[in-house]
Design a protein around this ligand. Structure first.
Ligand code: TMP
Length: 203
């Protein structure tokens, strides 16, 4: 049996990943492809527990290990078994989120993060990563952040700018496995560009 394909949606805040994901899954299903939709951190009971723990103000490495724990569980419990059965998986965030947020955003060592991602996932790499790219000012506005909100202050904005830069660097470094989609476009245009990349995997 042919292994399923592993597709990941990445991007900063308010890029519309969670709106796009079920639409791509529906298009694949309409072509007869079995698809599992999942998300990080989450997708397993361990992951949902990690989401609760992440509400605390955490040391950056403590936060990293929680994301990694959720990722290890999701990979073992959901992603690998599905792929092995020929089912495709679309995941809202994966290892690149840790590189972008904890690495580029918080300044943790990228080499160490890459190593830990590899350990947590058994070096599982997505077949395709779709980067939904948007100016963080617009992304945070879409997410409903209020003026004066800590998440939109100058410091928070600088953090999200670093995350965006990180994602763009990761995308540019792997043009054969990543595609950048301008998430400021209307949803139909975003969906169409993302679908072009997904449909190429059907060939
Ligand atoms: P989301 O469900 O809205 O995508 O939120 C998840 C948040 O967690 C988002 O702010 C990004 C962050 N995150 C990291 O900082 N590192 C990670 O490895 C992952 C998966 C998410």
């Amino acid at each position: 049996m042919r292994r399923g394909r592993f597709i990941v949606l990445e991007g900063g805040e308010g890029t519309g990943k969670s709106t796009l994901l079920p639409r791509l899954a529906a298009r694949l299903r309409s072509r007869g492809v079995a698809v599992v939709e999942t998300r990080e951190p989450g997708g397993t009971s361990v992951g949902e527990g990690v989401r609760v723990l992440l509400r605390d103000e955490l040391d950056p490495w403590a936060e990293t290990f929680l994301f990694l724990a959720a990722r290890a569980q999701l990979t073992a419990e959901v992603i690998r078994p599905a792929l092995a059965q020929g089912v495709w998986v679309i995941c809202d965030r994966f290892a690149a989120s840790t590189l972008a947020y904890q690495g580029y955003g918080r300044g943790l060592d990228l080499q160490a993060l890459r190593l830990l991602n590899g350990v947590a996932t058994g070096n599982l790499e997505p077949d395709l990563t779709i980067l939904l790219d948007i100016d963080p000012v617009e992304g945070l506005r879409r997410k409903g952040a209020q003026p004066g909100d800590v998440r939109t202050g100058t410091e928070a904005l600088a953090f999200h700018e670093r995350v965006r830069k990180g994602y763009r660097e990761l995308c540019a470094a792997s043009p054969d496995r990543w595609v950048l989609v301008d998430a400021a476009q209307p949803l139909e245009a975003v969906e169409s560009a993302a679908w072009d990349a997904v449909a190429a995997l059907l060939l």
